[in-house]
Design a protein around this ligand. Structure first.
Ligand code: ATP
Ligand code: MG
Length: 372
């Protein structure tokens, strides 16, 4: 008898979504058996798939039906594949778009931080544009604040407001407000410290404290939190320097924590360190159910061909095990399995190159089987 049951709301979505999420389920089933845990996965509709289904049912058309949201809220974790595709590009005002489903579920679940691990798999190192010396052993996590900062501080455009703007008031004027409360900064920084404690014990707090008041407050909050974590080292770093250090010496980083916009930019930069989009997972966390997904999109150009790389989706399961279920041993084992499969030379098309023998190139399901 299994002692623990975890309910996972699975959202296959569109494009390659159903193909890659099937492999994640295989991996979950295998780990469940081994660790005596029951993972109960139940599919729900999101994105284009939800638009089509709600339309066929006579509306209201929605990219995130209530049933999906209710199931997500009630689950122990949400595993999402990807949404969107050329079928749903209606740009008319009021048209429902697949991506709205994703934005809505993130908002409804109150997910206030996004984390993206960037880990170098040695077997893929030569495919990267950076040097082996720089990349060997890279294993970092970017923690991005997700619901505040510059993206959510209010945006405004006006015509020539008297006295507004630095360079005069002729023509149009626009502004975007960067604001944070101490509370918002504290919860994301605290999460980063907890994560660092379970990793290598180093937090880089990335800001622009030489210019911005929000950053000066961010820095103070980070230092206050650090006082409660004597076992974790805190380093302050300006965001411009962090952008440079990420490509010059990425190995120095363990956990980076930063403002929404800074994190958006830095996490895209960092994702290119390791090369392939098909290898990167991400998690969005809040106080309730967390959401795990690959960093890539629905790849409509290869959908239905059985050739998509399922590894990013599988690594999103690794994050789920770690951050929602506290199953670090299972997560480590899954990461080791992926590493081993790559070390043995197995590839999907997107991570294969001229040196890959044809019989080492696997389809989506075969790659999932290898990992299992
Ligand atoms: P989105 O707009 O949803 O973020 P995108 O349009 O930026 O997505 P993707 O859908 O991620 O991009 O696809 C970009 C390219 O990467 C495509 O050529 C796609 O086939 C490829 N790709 C993405 N994910 C995978 C994967 N898991 N396996 C193989 N190739 C992939
Ligand atoms: Mg796209």
């Amino acid at each position: 008898m299994s002692s623990t049951t975890y309910r996972i709301c699975t959202l296959p979505g569109d494009g390659i979504g159903p193909e890659i999420i099937a492999e994640a389920k295989k991996v979950l089933a295998a780990l469940g058996e081994k660790y005596d845990v029951q993972f109960v996965c139940k599919d729900q509709l999101i994105g284009g798939a939800a638009i089509d289904a709600t339309e066929a049912a006579g509306g209201p058309v929605s990219a995130l039906p209530d049933a999906t949201l209710d199931a997500a809220r009630a689950a122990d974790a949400v595993l999402l594949a990807a949404v969107g595709g050329p079928k749903w590009t209606d740009t008319r005002v009021g048209a429902v778009r697949p991506e709205q489903g994703l934005l809505a579920i993130r908002k409804e679940l109150g997910l206030y931080l996004n984390l993206r691990p960037v880990r170098m798999f040695d077997a893929l190192i030569d495919a990267s544009t950076l040097k082996r010396e720089v990349l060997t052993g890279v294993d970092l996590v970017i923690v991005r604040e997700l619901t505040g900062g510059l993206y959510f501080g209010g945006h405004e455009r006006m015509m020539g407001v008297e006295g507004a703007g630095v360079g005069g008031t002729r023509g149009e004027y626009a502004r975007d407000i960067l604001e944070y409360s101490e509370y918002e900064v504290d919860r994301v920084v605290r999460w980063a410290f907890d994560a660092a404690r379970r990793r290598r014990g180093v937090v880089h707090s990335v800001d622009k404290a030489n210019v911005l008041d929000t950053s000066r407050m961010w820095r103070e909050v980070a230092h206050n939190v650090a006082a409660e974590y004597p076992d974790v080292t805190l380093e302050d770093m300006y965001v411009d320097n962090a952008a440079m250090q990420l490509v010059a010496n990425p190995r120095q980083f363990d956990v980076l924590v930063t403002e929404n916009t800074f994190g958006d930019i830095l996490s895209d930069e960092a994702s290119m360190l390791t090369g392939s989009l098909g290898m990167l997972a991400s998690a969005s966390l809040g106080d309730g159910t967390a959401l795990y997904e690959p960093s890539h999109g629905s790849a409509p150009d290869i959908a239905g061909q059985g050739i998509a790389n399922p590894i990013a989706q599988v690594l999103s399961v690794e994050l789920m095990l770690r951050y929602s279920f506290g199953m670090d041993a299972a997560a480590d084992e899954l990461a080791a399995a992926v590493t081993r499969v790559l070390d043995e030379g197995w590839r999907t098309v997107d991570i294969a190159d001229e040196s890959t023998p044809a019989d080492k190139v696997l389809g989506t399901a075969a790659m999932g089987d290898k990992i299992v």
